[in-house]
Design a protein around this ligand. Structure first.
Ligand SMILES: NC(=O)c1ccc[n+]([C@@H]2O[C@H](COP(=O)([O-])OP(=O)(O)OC[C@H]3O[C@@H](n4cnc5c(N)ncnc54)[C@H](OP(=O)(O)O)[C@@H]3O)[C@@H](O)[C@H]2O)c1
Length: 324
């Protein structure tokens, strides 16, 4: 296998596409961003951008010819939706003939998560697309694939989803049950690095899902770190403790299932959080420890809880976010 140099990125403007593209740029890869005609996204200056019709195998094949690797970080609706974008990209990879490695759309929990039964249909759809990449890879022998499972995208998720318990704007926390259930997460920095790591280690990462984590933690540890960070940041004011409220995983389960029965799309986030915090289940522990994950191989750092909450609070930017 020749070293990977030219990398095409789909979804470069997305939640994870931005830090992934920044990490690839910082690592010195030659990047081509692939986007669609309807996109209103903006991209970092200096990077090659191709607008391509995702329904055209011919156009995609032309765009991917000369690329050594393809990274898919498309929105789930695009990658796994009815237009089957991911499968068409896989067909184009095979037809182009130069692409050695495809990183398929995951950046989630991979194929092995013991999720709640309500997620079976979603998992099945993702699996069908992953299986397609595997089947075409094995059938043609022209390219290999990797899936990157990063678990909870923790610094981003803590900012974006107060339902995880932490309302940063009001320093209020909702602890579910005892707040001691562990889960694993990868920061945006780690997610970007994981892609670089796969492309630097193609042999060790071929034809499998790699599992990354920056941290294994729980709500109690996060709360302590948030209290400490906000106290330090506000010049050591006394009494800057967070307001603690309590709820239960059972409440999340009941609310999520009721929403599902009424067609309210918010069911997903309620049940996702429920499965993270359901005590004694370890459903959202991708690997028992950093050492037992693929993080070391890929160069994904183990980050202390203080650093993760500083990133969530915006006190410390993810270093790679500043690149683009
Ligand atoms: N672990 C987790 O908890 C977690 C959370 C969120 C996401 N994820 C996973 O991470 C991956 C990327 O998700 P994301 O949140 O980063 O995606 P996103 O930000 O929603 O979208 C990424 C990009 O997809 C492209 N796109 C959007 N709609 C499209 C359409 N209809 N057709 C074609 N392209 C479209 C856009 O790029 P252009 O405008 O350039 O075309 C967009 O910037 C997915 O596999 C998702 O499941 C995991």
């Amino acid at each position: 296998m020749t070293p990977i140099k030219n990398v095409a990125v789909f979804g470069a403007s997305g939640n994870f596409g931005v830090p992934i593209t920044a990490a690839l740029q910082q690592a010195g890869f030659t990047i081509t961003i692939i986007t669609r005609a309807e996109s209103t996204s903006t991209f970092p200056p200096g990077l090659r951008v191709l607008t391509v019709d995702y329904t055209s195998l011919e156009a995609l094949t032309t765009a991917l010819t000369g690329q050594d690797a393809v990274v898919m970080a498309l929105s789930p609706a695009a990658a796994f939706g009815s237009t089957n974008v991911q499968n068409t990209i896989i067909d184009a990879v095979e037809a182009a003939g130069t692409v050695q490695r495809v990183i398929v759309n995951d950046f989630g929990w991979g194929p092995d998560i013991r999720s709640l039964p309500e997620f079976d249909a979603v998992r099945q759809v993702r699996k069908v697309h992953w299986d397609y990449a595997k089947m075409r890879s094995e059938g043609s022998g022209r390219f290999t694939w990797t899936g990157i499972s990063c678990g909870n995208p923790i610094d981003w998720a803590l900012q974006k989803f107060p339902i995880l318990g932490f309302t940063l704007a009001t320093s209020t926390v909702t602890i579910y049950d005892h707040g001691t259930e562990y889960f694993t997460g990868t920061t945006l920095e780690g997610i970007g690095q994981s892609v670089v790591g796969v492309l630097h280690h193609p042999d060790e990462t071929a034809n499998r899902f790699v599992k990354t984590l920056s941290i294994k933690t729980n709500q109690t540890e996060l709360l302590q770190a948030f209290e400490s960070a906000t106290k330090t940041h506000e010049s050591g004011q006394d009494g800057n403790r967070w307001t603690v409220e309590h709820s239960t995983v059972q409440t999340l389960l009941e609310r999520g299932r009721l929403m599902l029965s009424k067609g309210n799309g918010q069911w997903r986030v309620n049940l996702l959080v429920a499965q993270m915090f359901e005590e004694g289940q370890a459903r959202c522990v991708l690997a028992p420890s950093w050492e037992q994950s693929d993080s070391s191989l890929l160069g994904v750092r183990s980050e202390p809880v203080e650093e993760v909450v500083a990133k969530a609070l915006g006190l410390q930017n993810a270093p790679l976010m500043g690149v683009i």
